[in-house]
Structure formats: C-alpha cells, structure tokens
Design a protein around this ligand. Structure first.
Ligand SMILES: Cc1cc2nc3c(=O)[nH]c(=O)nc-3n(C[C@H](O)[C@H](O)[C@H](O)COP(=O)(O)OP(=O)(O)OC[C@H]3O[C@@H](n4cnc5c(N)ncnc54)[C@H](O)[C@@H]3O)c2cc1C
Length: 299
C-alpha cells in the first residue's frame, strides 16, 4: 500500500472521539399517545440521558390533546431527571391569552428555553398573517426565555424564494432567537451553503443541523416531499429492496447518518440536534461516533 493510500485510510478512520471534546448534542422527542409508546420514550430517555445532552426538546402538536401531552412530558422530565427540557411551542391557531398562560406556566415550572414556531397551516385553512418572529418577540416580552427557532437549508415549502426565507430567519433572530435548528436534510453541501448564506446576511446565531437517522425509507418519503427536503437518488438506491428487512435498514440508516455527522464535524459543526423519533439506538451510536460518551463530558 502506498504512503498516500495509508494516510487516506487513516483520515477516513480518524476517531472523532480523539478530537477535542467541545460538542453539544440535543435530542428531540415527541409526546407518546399509547402506553407502549410511552414505555419506548422513557427507555430512550433513560438510555440517552447519560450522554449529557445540552437539552432535550419535546414537539408540540396541532390539537389540544397533543398539546397537553407535551406539557405532561415536559413536567415528567423535570420530575424524573436532571435534563433540561425545551418545549416546542406553535402560535398558528392559539390566541394571545392562551400563549400568555402557557408562557407563565412554563416559566413557573422552571423552563427557561423554548423552541418557538409558527406551526403548519391546517389543510384547507387560509394562511394566517402570523409568523414565528411574532412568537419570538412575544415570548421575549413576557419572560427572559432563551429562544430557538426553525431554519430550512432547502427552503421552507411556503417561502416565496430562498432569499425571502433567509430574511424570515434573520427576522426571527433579530426578534430575539439565539439559535436555529434546521429541518432534517441529507445533502450536507446544502446545509453548508445555507450556513454560509446565513453568515453573509449577518445571522450570527448558531445554525444547528437537525439530523434524522433513517430506518424506514417509505415513511421518510411521505415526510420529506411536503417539507421540501430532497431525498437524493443515492439514498433511494441504498434502501431499494429493503422494505421488508428492518434489520438491514437499521444498519444502513446508522451508516448514512454516521457519514453525515463525521462530515459535519470536520466542517466545524459543534452542535448537533437529533430527531430521535423516540428511539435511542441510532442516536446513541451517532453520539458515540462523535466522541460524546457517558460521563465524559465536563461542562
Ligand atoms: C426544528 C424544527 C422543529 C419543529 N417542531 C414542530 C412542532 O413541535 N410542532 C409543529 O407543529 N411543527 C413543528 N415544526 C414544523 C414547523 O411548524 C413548520 O415548518 C411551519 O410550517 C413553519 O414554522 P416556522 O416556525 O418555521 O415558521 P416561520 O418562520 O413563520 O416561516 C413560515 C413561512 O413563512 C415565511 N415567513 C416568515 N416570516 C415572514 C414574513 N414576515 N413575511 C412573509 N413571509 C414570512 C417563511 O419564509 C416560511 O415560508 C418544526 C420544524 C423544525 C425545523
């Protein structure tokens, strides 16, 4: 083997765990709607909590019952763990009074960080004239919350243009958001270009990549299209013929996501957000790859 081939192999196999351990990870969960899903969620939280995530976020649903479940999960995380829970909050069909109550309730529970979103327009409804920046400004006016917002490397599906979407993100940051988590993506270059464009327009907030480890390709296709997330042909080829083979899909999902986080890490990314889908296995493996190990992060 030639010398250059050896160093290439070494580069490929470079153990990210050997790099300076200055990473932050965060995990996203959704509120369970059955006893079985509740157990899955909690066994995942138990497994992942030792990795010392900077925070764990809990999504917010489109109707009142899902919303109550979000509050319940947040309260339970506070009661049972030392994790920092970050509730997602949407504003699309909630009045100001209700938002005020929620903001006070969260503040009184000890919540100091919220992921502020507009939310999706319900099917058949006219798009209301409200944006996430309004919620950011509102929450900041009520309490001294830290605010995270959503960002879209491949452009939000309703945006008039990539530039107007970027300006919308800037407005959210100018309204008081301190960081943004991206929609999931598979095109690392798209994320890197987006990060550059954010810097060019003067967005100084951290643009945290949202990583979705894929295990069910068919479900991914249903999610990705409406969200304007490009599913590259190579991903299609990798999962081809595996619809009935979850074990192989799991291995491939891990391998694809590991490649992504390795690339992002080498591009200087220090904060990673994982869409866990309430499962721990792949997220745990990704953190391990990045050198985020149990009880080894000193904060
Ligand atoms: C990390 C993350 C977490 C999420 N969590 C949830 C969740 O828990 N629950 C949930 O229901 N959904 C969630 N979503 C989905 C999100 O609610 C949808 O993508 C929604 O359609 C947009 O929300 P937003 O906060 O990005 O909205 P906005 O930032 O308001 O943007 C929405 C659209 O309006 C445009 N826009 C913004 N401001 C202006 C303006 N001033 N003038 C004109 N156009 C403007 C934008 O370009 C964009 O096209 C999440 C998304 C991400 C990336």
């Amino acid at each position: 083997m030639s010398l250059s081939a050896v160093s290439q192999v070494e580069l490929l196999n470079q153990n990210l765990a050997d790099l300076p351990n200055d990473l932050n990870v965060s995990f996203e969960f959704f509120p369970p709607n059955s006893e079985k899903m509740y157990e899955t969620l909690w066994s995942s939280i138990e497994r992942l909590k030792g990795l010392n995530p900077k925070f764990v976020s809990v999504t917010y649903g489109a109707n009142a019952s899902t919303r109550d479940r979000t509050h319940k999960v947040i309260q339970e995380i506070i009661n049972k763990t030392t994790l920092t829970p970050v509730p997602h909050l949407t504003c699309i069909d909630v009045d100001r009074g209700e938002l005020l109550d929620i903001a006070h309730q969260y503040w009184d529970m000890g919540i100091r960080h919220i992921l502020a979103l507009r939310g999706d327009v319900p099917e058949g409804q006219v798009k209301p004239d409200i944006h996430a920046e309004d919620l950011v400004a509102f929450l900041r006016s009520v309490h001294d919350f830290e605010i995270t917002v959503a960002a879209y490397p491949e452009v939000h599906p309703e945006a008039k243009s990539a530039q107007s979407d970027l300006i919308a993100l800037k407005r959210k940051v100018d309204a008081g958001a301190s960081q943004a988590i991206t929609q999931f993506f598979f095109d690392v270059d798209a994320y890197l270009r987006f990060r550059d464009r954010c810097a060019t327009i003067g967005i100084e907030a951290e643009i945290i990549p949202g990583i979705l480890p894929v295990t069910n390709y068919q479900t991914l296709l249903k999610f990705a299209g409406p969200q304007n997330v490009k599913v590259p042909h190579w991903l299609h080829k990798r999962f081809e013929g595996l619809d009935h083979d979850p074990a192989t899909r799991q291995l491939l999902g891990a391998s694809i996501a590991i490649d992504m986080v390795r690339l992002l890490r080498k591009e200087g990314v220090r904060d990673f957000h994982f869409y866990t889908l309430n499962r721990s296995e792949l997220t745990y493996a990704l953190c391990h790859t990045l050198g985020v190990r149990e009880n080894c992060i000193e904060k």
